[in-house]
Structures are given as C-alpha cells and as structure tokens.
Design a protein around this ligand. Sequence first.
Ligand code: PMP
Length: 457
Amino acid sequence: MAIADSRQGSEWKDLDGRHYLHPFTDHKSLAKTGSRIVTRADGVYIFDADGNKILDGMSGLWCVNAGYGRDELVDAAANQMRELPYYNSFFQCAHPPSIELSRMLQEITQPQFNRVFYTGSGSESIDTMIRMVRHYWELKGEPQRKTLIARKNAYHGSTIGGASLGGMKPMHSQGGPMVPRIEHIDQPYWFGSDRSLSPDEFGLQAAQLLRQKIEALGPDQVAAFVGEPIQGAGGVIIPPDSYWPEIQKICDEYGILLVTDEVICGFGRLGQWFGADYFDVKPDLMTFAKGVTSGYLPLGGVMVGDRVADALIDKGGEFYHGYTYSGHPAACAVAIENIRILQRENLVERVRDDIGPYLAERWRTLAEHPIVGETRMVGLMGALELVADKSSLARFDEKIGAGTLCRDFLVNNGLVMRAVGDTIVVAPPLTLSHEEADELIGKAWKCLDLTQKAIAA
Ligand code: PMP
C-alpha cells in the first residue's frame, strides 16, 4: 500500500501540524491554514489529499523538468539500488554510475568543462564552489583573493554559504554572522528601476556595478563573480541582452573567475542545456542541481572548467571537501536516465523551438490584463508584474499583498504559480503540451480577474 493511502487527508494534516517543521515556513500562520497534502503526481499535474488536480506551473521547485510519472527514472533508481545502493567515492573508490554521468555532463557542457564535483543539492554545490574558488587562488599564490561578488536578491541556497552568497536580506538577518568577504551588487532588474534608461543601457549600467565594486575592493582581493543567468527565486529577473557580455568582459579584464549558478537555468529550462549557453558566456565554474535528476532523487554538483581543474590537479594536494552523498549511485543512475530522456525526446530543442515560443506568445496576452504591468519569458521560465496602474506602472500598496492574493486564487483554481512580492512567476515542466499551456493561461487570466475584483472590494 502506498504511504499516502495509509491515512485519511485530515489525519495527515493533523500529524503534519504537530511534528513537521517545514522549510521556509511561518509555523504559527501555517497552524491556522494547515498544509496542502500532495499525494501523487503525473505528467504536469499534482493531486492532493482533498481530491484536487492542480497544474504544476512551477515544476515542484523548478526541478521536475522531465515531468512526473516517469517509469524510466523509477526503474533506473530501482535497478541501481539492487546492484549497488550506496558506495562513496572517497579513498580512491568510484562506481560506474558516477563515472558515466561525469562523461555525459562533459558532453553536454561547454568545451572548458571536463570535470565535475558532485554534491547532494544546490546549496551544497554553492558551498563547494565557494571553497573551491578560494582554494584555487591559494594554489595560484594569491591567497588574498577571497572576496566573492554576487547580486542583491539572488538566491543561492540556505546553508550558511548559500545564504551568505545569496542576496536576500531577510536571510542575512537570521542566524548570522554570515560568511565574511562576500559582497553584493544590484541586480539587473529593469522593471524594478525607474525605467529612464532603455533596457540595454540599463543592462550595461548594471554590469558596470561589478567594475565599480572590484575597483572599490581592490582588484587583487576579488576571487569571483557569481550569478544566476536568470535570477529565479528573486522573481525571474531576465537581464537585458547587454548585461552578460559586459559581465564576461569585466571578469576577463580583471582575471577573476566567472561562475554561473545553473541550479534553475540548467538542463533545458531556457531552451539550451545551460543558462550560460543561452547568454553565450563562458563560465569557469557552473553549479547545478534540481533538473539534473528532474528532482526524482537529490543530486547536485559543480562543473569545473579546465582553468580551475588544472590548478587543483597540477598543483595538487588534497582538497579537504566532500559529502557522504557526493555522487550517490542511485541519484547518478537517475540523472543518466534523465539526460537520456531530455536527449531522446528533444526536450531542450522543444523548449527552444516549440513549447517555449508557444507559451511565451500566450503569456504575452496576459499583459493586456488591467492589473498586469509587464510579462516576460525565456524558454519555460517567466514572470508577470502586478500593478495598480497600467500607465504609470505603480505598484499596489504593499499591505494589500496582491501577489499572495493572486497566488492563493491560482492554487485554489487548479494552477500552481509562485508569488515573489507582486511578481508572479512560472516554470512548468518541459513536457507541457500546447493544450496544457492554454489551460495555464486560461486559469491565470481568470485568477487575475479574481484578484482585481478582490482588491477593488
Ligand atoms: N541556487 C539557485 C539558483 C537556486 O534556485 C537554489 C534553490 N532554489 C539553490 C541554489 C539551492 O538549491 P537547494 O535548495 O537544492 O539547496
């Protein structure tokens, strides 16, 4: 019997409230509403214990790229667990699934990437990257280069390293002090600016903040710049086209390492294998997780470019870092099969040429709604901005909580999208059909109407 079938929906809610501390949750307020108990999923839909069928416009947490209900992934895990459920890759050991996956990752990434370091999550990948970047500069004889520069409002995970590197103020204010020598510059958020510059001018200006920060810190103190190609949890901040080429130029000029955090953008989300490919930048390191297994098992890692890998290997010495679950065999077996699915079903190309453009065109129609000030989308990752006034693009009074209101209407009407303030974000599985895209847009429009009416009342 499935675990879900062993109790009634109300029993799950009761036990949940009493024993389970959820991530990123205000438990006092959760106690009033109770949790939605999700019991199963198929394709792009999730099902809850109250009998609702809900279109998952967020792919879980931006991770179920290949969609739910993939028997191939289940079989890959089961077969591997029967053969070798666990072994580590410490102490001169390895196993076939982690080696095979490494080969495949080399194949789908840019030519500078020949090696990978495995972790169990995005946050662990970020922590690994921070330590590796600093270690790299120690090996290069410039141990003073310790400072990493990231962006305000970036999300890079919630371990102490991830929270420190991320630019979310509320996270910095809890459980500190944060990791020293991490600096943040403004994000390239054109809609959030005064919009007096064109997007391209604004993108260049936002990139120049990196130069200013490097100069202010002293160029010989800076180790790396780290950014999500498109900021996800921060509200799907799509930088103007001018931004990333300028960032690349500045990193090259100062010789600092360029890191793209591909935890969301990787594995086809933008219609390319990685966000760096979409923006045509050449990072030295890429952190990844989520879509590598479509979330079926936890796995993450860092793609290590030759510049860093050569230093680690040639200058040698032990890198005192690694996790019990680095390269977990069952997770790697699932990742191998997941990449094969993406390849076999041409899902990355499908996002670029078919469902991406289709959803983007439909998504743009939402811009005609009276409370929508902007829509944007790349691949299958998009956002819309709720506004009180379409001509001035003025926001709603914060006290209204328009985003949360809209998000609640959405889920109660059978569609999961996420609210980041008054920005509504979307990132459905790459398998979304045209009909499902139509359903998503229809439900979104209806809930925008409901939000508008509720605010007016
Ligand atoms: N980096 C980015 C860009 C992310 O979006 C996330 C998670 N949303 C993380 C890192 C952290 O990943 P995890 O939750 O697997 O630790």
